[in-house]
Design a protein around this ligand. Sequence first.
Ligand code: SF4
Length: 313
Amino acid sequence: MLKKIILADHYGFCMGVKRAIQIAEETNDEKDADVTILKEIVHNKSVVERFRADGIGQKMSVEEIDSGTMIVSAHGASPEVFKQAEERGVSVIDATCPLVTRIHDIVDKLAERDYRILHFGDHHHDETLGVIGHATKEQLTVVPDVETLMKLPEDMPEKLALTSQTTAQASEFAEAELAAKKRWPQIKIFNTICNATNQRQKAIMNLAPKVDLTLVVGSLTSANSLRLASMAEALCGRAYLIDSEADIDESWFTTENSDKKLTVGITAGASTPDFLIEGVVDRLLQISNESAELVRPQKRSRTNKLALQDECH
Ligand code: SF4
């Protein structure tokens, strides 16, 4: 039933996620107690549960935190959140990914110079909420897709800019950029999609057309995992977003023709720990009675694991 298992050239933990987890671990080790993560440190169920099990609090808003230390996640937060924490006497450890901070800096500068900013991103994503806080409502408009961009007024100021969420789909942003330039030739483009997102999207575009089915390891809360799953579905025809090997249904690998053996592709969102991906690989090998050929990317080592990944079991 399973002939080959191929891992994408780029998958799993990115620099910003590793860094945020390390900051949260170190903060928890240094402070005896009263450490609270604002929202989810990264959008992965196992990682979030692991921190909860370690006794680190988690609150969805700064108003719910009255004391101690608050950790701002990899997605960042708006300046208002930092101000509120200070007013409440809560100290802040900032684990915002430097590539998200880069967008904050760009938006700060554009806002200072009176630019009208169109930000290509998901309205409700934590990263977008942080970016929005760096400009006024009149200055910044969130544009979730090209259709919305096309509905904006033709008449726009001379000072106009387009930025993007770090995890936006590269092809959709390219479409938005083209449409925006056509409508408003004066627009300044800031492609702020991060390198990790670009690498993972390129890798799935390369892998998905070559396989019969794709498994994307990641949580439903992870925007970049959802995007990888929808890209894989479009390119390969069959893709499943799974949190771990426990979500695998063996019937997915059953074929009408018993002689036909399937090739399965695997990728994972930027917030998925290696041990979850390795669990999926091990489960697939077990389903194939250890007969499937396993193809790993040459540059990525299986031993590249954070302590967290071993402890998460
Ligand atoms: S996906 Fe990109 S922006 Fe987000 S944490 Fe990872 S490296 Fe940073």
